[in-house]
Ligand binder design. Structure first.
Ligand code: ARG
Length: 392
């Protein structure tokens, strides 16, 4: 919690931005008065629905790691600050996912739950995304499923989750912590999880690999900070850029590690790095992702198109007289970087607010009695390179 004076400053900076950008300059002074009074009386203040929606959209606009910010204004904001119980939270997340995926046309949405208040923390979702595949560590150390999610899988199991069938693509339950209730797991109903089985337009055997991915990337493990107020549960989604799945989730050695598998099925010469077998397999993996999503009628974008859109976004922001912070190392796609225009320039870096912030401290920590002794449940300090509302 920030101190009242710091909170007043942060609130004022935000309210100035809101009233200026939304053309409500004449309302600024009375609103500042109201907010200061509320802070003095209660130690915090309450955003109006309009402020909340604007704050969430600007937090996306300020996400320097996100290549997909051109559409920041279109973010649909679901104000669910009134949802109190873990059950209500889970139901709202299901509703969010259902709306976001629709029949395949993915829509950017954020659902904002209650903020932290003095002496009354808001709810938290322990998963780093609403949809994630379980990772089961076997006795020999190998992982079935997504190695990135071993800890949250163990946490869910320690909480009594028995739902996973043990396949490489078991959808994890939501792990929800609401004030005054024990942490609980909620299985996502199948209808809320749109998935795409992967095939390749020219390699018939590709389908036999049994690969798939979900349609909606929905980040749940970041705080939304607006005007000094922290919303610790504010899951948000965009649509995928193919490389997030084809290059990183399925390609990374620490994830599904499919490059050697694909290379072998392609019959590539893997005896020397210089044959570029990795690169060739990686391209086909990415072709499969884009092809499969398109065929299934599920929104997805490719890194060439998205790079151009990002530069258009930069231009528009500059035109509007705003700084547009960007982190080169996250903006440049993990495949064919130099073949995209975002590679060939530098960007301004700045830490602007409102913002999505990595959650401070360990995300998935169980009380000691519930933590399986051999597997301390902590979360890695660095999330996978990729972007909020475009790629963790
Ligand atoms: N990179 C993350 C993933 O592969 C998703 C991060 C958000 N991405 C997005 N396109 N909105 O699951």
């Amino acid at each position: 919690m920030v101190s009242p004076s710091k909170l007043e400053q942060d609130a004022e900076a935000f309210l100035r931005l809101f009233h200026a950008e939304e053309g409500r300059a004449e309302r600024l002074v009375p609103r500042l008065g109201e907010v200061c009074e509320e802070i003095r009386e209660t130690g915090t203040y309450t955003h109006t629905e309009e402020e909340l929606a604007f704050g969430a959209r600007v937090a996306w606009r300020n996400s320097s790691r996100c290549i997909g910010r051109l559409y920041w204004r279109s973010l649909r904001v679901r104000d669910r600050r009134g949802a109190a119980t873990a059950r209500e939270l889970a139901d709202e997340c299901v509703e969010h996912l259902t709306e976001a995926s629709g029949t395949g046309r993915v829509r950017p949405i954020i659902t904002v739950f209650a903020p932290d208040r003095p002496g009354k923390p808001g709810p938290r979702i322990w998963n780093d995304q609403l949809i994630r595949y379980a990772g089961y560590r076997e006795r020999d150390g190998r992982v079935v499923g997504d190695p990135a999610n071993v800890r949250i899988t163990e946490t869910a199991r320690a909480l009594g989750w028995t739902g996973g069938a043990g396949t490489p693509f078991d959808v994890l339950p939501l792990v929800v912590e609401a004030p005054g209730e024990p942490v609980q797991c909620f299985d996502l109903p199948g209808e809320a999880v749109l998935e795409v089985p992967l095939t390749h337009p020219g390699l018939p055997w590709f389908a036999e690999l049994g690969l798939r991915w979900h349609a909606v990337p929905a980040i749940a493990g970041m705080d939304l900070e607006i005007g000094g107020i922290t919303y610790p549960a504010a899951p948000f989604n965009g649509w995928y850029m193919g490389t997030e799945i084809g290059a990183r989730n399925l390609g990374d050695q620490g994830r599904y590690d499919q490059i050697p598998v694909v290379a072998e099925r392609m019959g590539l010469d893997t005896s020397s790095e210089a044959t570029l077998w990795r690169d060739r397999a990686l391209v086909e993996l990415n072709v499969a992702v884009l092809h499969s999503f398109r065929e299934a009628g599920v929104s997805i974008t490719d890194h060439h198109t998205e790079s151009r859109r990002f530069l258009l976004h930069l231009e528009r922001e500059e035109g509007a007289g705003r700084a547009c912070p960007a982190d080169w190392s996250w903006i440049v796609p993990p495949l064919s970087g130099s073949a995209t225009p975002v590679f060939h320039r530098y960007y301004d870096e700045a830490d602007l607010r409102p913002a999505f912030l990595p959650r401070p401290g360990p995300r998935a920590t169980l009380p000691p009695s519930r933590t399986p002794a051999s597997h301390p449940v902590v979360v890695p300090s660095r999330v996978t390179r990729s972007c909020h509302v475009s790629r963790v």
